[in-house]
Design a protein around this ligand. Structure first.
Ligand code: SAM
Length: 276
């Protein structure tokens, strides 16, 4: 990851700032509110934890991440610091081993974590253990083939980006995980799995919030590892500068939310039921 932990914190903040409001629209439609006991698994730097606490005042939130540096950064957030150990807990743990008792949560939110897991079914199964019967899992993730769209668009350069995305596969993750999410939840034994998408366009929010995800410098670790050549990087950089300078530019990014409930008591409403 470019920039080590500080770079990762900045990237996670930009990413949350870009799409959290769209995700929140879906979370509310699913019936999640301040009364929900929420576990956020793989909470990272707390970028979303802080936004969840702001969106659902008084909520009881238990956040878990294996990275002690990111947890330490989360503890320093102004919106979390005063609430830690009362309404909010930030604890070391993983998807596969969550330090919570059985049936203790109403909702689990797992955002951009499943793409990093060797076996997401194992994580989904452990999350089922901590959810009450009828409790809801919400998994938010991306699919590298459906990242979004931009124009002007240079198809010849897409293979370079795809190569970077595919390198995660060789480390055991899955950058195309969004298409597999409903099946992962079904395989783990959840019921009523459904998939939803959310999009954000630079015509809504401007180009600046997209900078962190579009920045060609994100490819630098792949240049260092030899996966991408310097001349390929120079082509991507030039293309990006041309894109930014074009007054007609537009970029749209796409994310996915899969949700399902544990078997048992009636769940909170489905998105479709709420919208009907
Ligand atoms: C891309 S970050 C997302 C962080 C946060 N969910 C957000 O959206 O801002 C991925 C996070 O997953 C965490 N992670 C990696 N492996 C994990 C595992 N096995 N269980 C839980 N979290 C994990 C990392 O430490 C990191 O904080």
């Amino acid at each position: 990851m470019r920039g080590g932990t500080p770079g990762e914190i900045e990237r996670l903040d930009s990413q949350a700032a870009l799409t959290f409001e769209k995700e929140l629209f879906l979370l509310r439609a699913l019936g999640i509110d301040s009364a929900s006991r929420i576990a956020e698994i793989g909470s990272g730097s707390g970028a979303v934890t802080e936004r969840l606490v702001r969106a659902f005042p008084g909520v009881s939130l238990f956040a878990v991440d294996p990275d002690s540096d990111l947890l330490a950064a989360a503890r320093l957030r102004p919106g979390l610091a005063a609430k830690i150990d009362s309404a909010v807990s930030l604890v070391e743990g993983t998807c596969e081993s969550i330090p919570l008792s059985d049936n203790s949560m109403d909702v689990a939110i797992v955002r951009y974590v499943f793409q990093h897991l060797l076996n997401p079914v194992v994580g989904a199964t452990e999350i089922m253990r901590i959810l009450r019967p009828g409790g809801r899992i919400v998994v938010i993730d991306s699919d590298a083939q459906l990242w979004g769209a931009c124009s002007p668009y240079t198809p010849e350069l897409m293979e370079i980006h795809a190569r970077a995305a595919d390198s995660q596969e060789s480390r055991g993750g899955d950058r195309y995980v969004a298409r597999a999410l409903t099946r992962i939840l079904q395989t783990a034994g959840y019921v009523g799995a459904s998939l939803h998408s959310f999009a954000v366009s630079s015509d809504e929010v401007g180009l600046e919030p997209f900078a962190a995800i579009m920045n060609p410098e994100n490819l630098l670790p792949h240049v260092e590892s030899g996966l991408i050549t310097m001349s390929e990087y120079a082509l991507v950089l030039k293309d990006y500068q041309r894109f930014v300078a074009d007054p007609t530019h537009v970029v749209m990014s796409l994310g996915f939310l899969a949700t399902a409930t544990t078997p048992g008591l009636p769940a909170t409403p489905t998105v479709t039921a709420r919208m009907a």
